[in-house]
Write a protein that binds this ligand. Structure first.
Ligand code: HEM
Length: 697
């Protein structure tokens, strides 16, 4: 059968009624992978119209064979992630700190690729899991690729890489039942953690609001380990890397996180995609915390211990450049999925320290990527290839794409000149910092790693009351999912070493009987570490509503002047409005104009927005009284401490949502431009924390 082409968009029909779209004009001919043109992509080759398929249908076999092999193993951790391209722009030359080329010229831009991720869940898990977020940055410098493979928390659960497989086994789904997915709220995780006092500092972070970020754009990033920066004359300075988000930090509340996971499991990836596609490029500043050997020797904790941080108050952060993400990937698989970040990708001017966690990571990433990407040639994949010139004699292997020409594939050789291939460069090549090392060969933990609670306490006391409550609530939530009482009790026995009030709160929340006894600690926890303001999200508010989104609930008859005033005010701030209407077809405004909707009520619950405006007409409000999703829109926004702009006409709906008698300063009546400005000013505070006491039991 030769289907007839009708026009570009219209399909021809085959004998069985199937759709055939025919090439022609600008539309290229479909081919096999070998380039053979395809006449019919709807039917396999059969003996007779209803007969068996023949083995010589090379077209069918090639297509299905390739499909069968589309998947590669997902990352063993950090499987769910999302990435974008951008650049790092250096502020000023830093030759006194490092010889790294990207830091030598003011204003120079280095291409970058950044992947954010959760740790525990599978590739298809939801974005708002309570989890650490990966923050992996690949910088394509002129001296090779430099990867800063960090997280959104500055410390880690374990001190030695030998415990990593245990940590991840315990955190991921339990092996017999393969659940829970992307959750640490289960026996195995808390059993392991309760036996791992070194994890307590990280547990405070992982139970804090940092573990449920509102957006990748509003997260800090940390290199975690102490690294070295090294100058041309081999002077070393210790460094910790920080990424500071330009739009400030923001997290969601737990009940919101749970609901976002249902309403939009892709919340974080959609947010990053939309921000970049709309030209609102997310930005972070790179901060260096620089210190010398003297500081390292005198600091109360070991700088090689990844469960410790250095407070910004002790060593201030020097901001040296900005990271801007300005381009989404063209193809998720080719770029995001195949990206291979390795801690051991460093460049001249940067070096490792002896942090035993970092040393283990340097083996792990390269090793896992050989398997994940199918062989040793994953640097041939464009996303992993350096963007500077590179020459070496490594060859062959699966999928070798970049193959040397000529006869010589070894060195030293005597061929000379171009024919002899690349040579060493003592001048520009990588030199390890010549650190002096001595000591017995031991399998032991240094006593300088033994204080497990002091910084956990410091983090806890640096939080606002609300943030402290969230940590306690998170512990209660997670431990309430633990079935074995002994595990709950053992975990709780660590808490008095951090803060007695925290311990009591969790004991009460779990309904544990009797007094909680503090577990013996290796060293007496310090009580004298001062709170560090930098550790709190709430104490460092964004000061802007830019990059945030208001959800405006509208019905027919919405006041168009008010809606336009709201839109204008938000756009001027760099924020946006999304319209939620009874149908996605939109509504007719008071002046007869059509307002296009972005979401249908129910498809756009208030958990997806940073603040809400209820702009219904009175008739519209009445028509929604039996609409549960409309009620939840308002009730949830209130419970999640959001600022609510409302119009008097919406009163019946506010009443139905049960908030009329509780309207507080966070609920602002919108009557015109002036009140819109007040609403926006309030929104800059992101949440009306004062309401929290009123909405929690
Ligand atoms: C400070 C502690 C750690 C941090 C900050 C960290 C961070 C990360 C990040 C951000 C990723 C995702 C990279 C991407 O987006 O592709 C990742 C993946 C991974 N991490 Fe870690 N990690 C830490 C500790 C460890 C340790 C101790 C090990 C093993 C000894 C390890 C093994 C892995 C592996 C095997 C992957 C998957 C890599 C891949 O398949 O490409 N990590 N880690």
């Amino acid at each position: 059968m030769k289907p007839k082409k009708r026009d570009e968009n219209e399909a021809a029909r085959g004998k069985g009624g199937e759709t055939h779209q025919i090439a022609g004009g600008d539309v290229p001919v479909l081919t096999t992978q070998q380039g053979t043109p395809v006449a019919d992509d709807q039917n396999s080759l059969k003996v007779g119209l209803r007969g068996p398929t023949t083995l010589d249908d090379f077209q069918l076999r090639e297509k299905i064979f390739h499909f069968d092999h589309e998947r590669i193993p997902e990352r063993v951790v950090h499987a769910r992630g999302y990435a974008a391209h951008g650049y790092f722009e250096n502020y000023e030359p830093l030759p006194d700190i490092t010889s790294a080329d990207l830091f030598q010229r003011a204003g120079e831009k280095t291409p970058a690729f950044v992947r954010f991720s959760t740790v525990a869940g599978n590739k298809g898990s939801a974005d708002l899991a309570r989890d650490v977020r990966g923050f992996a940055v690949k910088l394509y410098t002129q001296q090779g690729n430099w990867d800063i493979v960090g997280n959104n928390m500055p410390v880690f659960f374990i001190q030695d890489a030998i415990k990593f497989p245990d940590l991840i086994h315990a955190a991921k789904a339990e092996p017999d039942r393969d659940f829970p997915q992307a959750q640490t709220a289960h026996d195995n995780f808390w059993d392991f953690i309760s036996l791992l006092p070194e994890s307590m500092h990280m547990i405070m972070w992982a139970m804090s609001d940092r573990a449920i970020p509102r957006s990748f754009r509003f997260m800090e990033g940390f290199g975690v380990h102490t690294y070295r920066l090294v100058t041309a004359d081999r002077k070393s300075t210790f460094v910790k890397f920080h990424w500071k988000p330009k739009l400030g930090m923001q997290s969601v509340v737990w009940n919101e996180a749970v609901k976002i996971n249902g309403a939009d499991p892709d919340f974080h990836r959609r947010d990053l995609w939309n921000a970049i596609q709309s030209g609102n490029f997310p930005e972070w500043e790179l901060g260096l915390q620089l210190f010398d050997d003297k500081f390292a020797d005198e600091f109360e904790f070991d700088v090689l211990d990844a469960t410790k941080l250095i407070p910004e108050e002790d060593v201030p952060i020097k901001r040296v450049g900005r990271l801007v993400l300005d381009r989404c990937v063209d193809n998720f698989f080719a770029e995001t999925e195949q990206a291979a970040f390795c801690t051991n990708n460093i460049i001249p001017g940067v070096d490792f320290t002896n942090d035993p966690l970092l040393q283990g990571r340097n083996f792990s990433y390269l090793d896992t990527q050989v398997k994940r990407l199918g062989g040793p040639n994953f640097t041939h994949i464009p996303i992993n290839a350096p963007k500077c010139p590179f020459h070496h004699f490594q060859q062959d292997g699966h999928m070798a794409m970049i193959n040397p020409k000529g006869r010589v594939n070894y060195e030293p050789n005597s061929w000379g000149g171009v024919e002899g291939g690349p040579r060493e460069s003592p001048e520009t090549g990588f030199h390890s910092f010549p650190a002096e090392e001595k000591g017995r060969k031991v399998r032991e933990r240094s006593a300088s790693f033994s204080d497990h609670y002091s910084q956990a306490r410091q983090f806890y006391i640096s939080q606002t009351k609300s943030e402290q409550r969230h940590i306690a609530d998170a512990l209660v939530f997670e431990l309430s999912k633990v079935q074995k009482l002994a595990i709950r009790e053992r975990l709780v026995s660590h808490l008095p070493n951090i803060d007695v009030k925290l311990a009591n709160r969790v004991v009460k929340g779990l309904g544990l009987q009797g007094k909680v006894h503090a577990i013996a600690s290796a060293v007496v926890p310090r009580q004298d570490l001062k709170p560090s303001k930098a550790l709190s999200i709430a104490l460092n508010p964004p000061k802007t509503f830019a990059g945030r989104k208001v959800g405006a609930l509208v019905t027919d008859g919405v006041d168009s002047a008010l809606l336009n005033a709201l839109k204008l005010a938000l756009e001027t701030e760099g924020a946006s409005v999304e319209i939620i209407a009874p149908t996605v077809g939109g509504v007719e405004a008071s002046d007869g104009t059509r307002v296009v909707a972005d979401q249908k009520i129910g498809g756009g619950p208030s958990v997806l927005y940073d603040a809400v405006a209820v702009l219904t007409s009175e008739a519209g409000a009445r028509s929604l009284l039996k609409n549960g999703a409309a009620r939840d829109f308002i009730a949830d926004a209130f419970c999640h401490l959001k600022f609510i702009g409302w119009v008097n006409a919406a009163m019946p709906l506010l009443e139905k949502a049960g908030i009329v008698h509780d309207l507080d300063e966070g609920c602002i009546e919108l009557t015109g431009a002036k009140s819109v400005a007040q609403f926006l000013a309030a929104c800059r505070r992101i949440r009306h924390w004062k309401r929290e006491e009123a909405v929690i039991s």
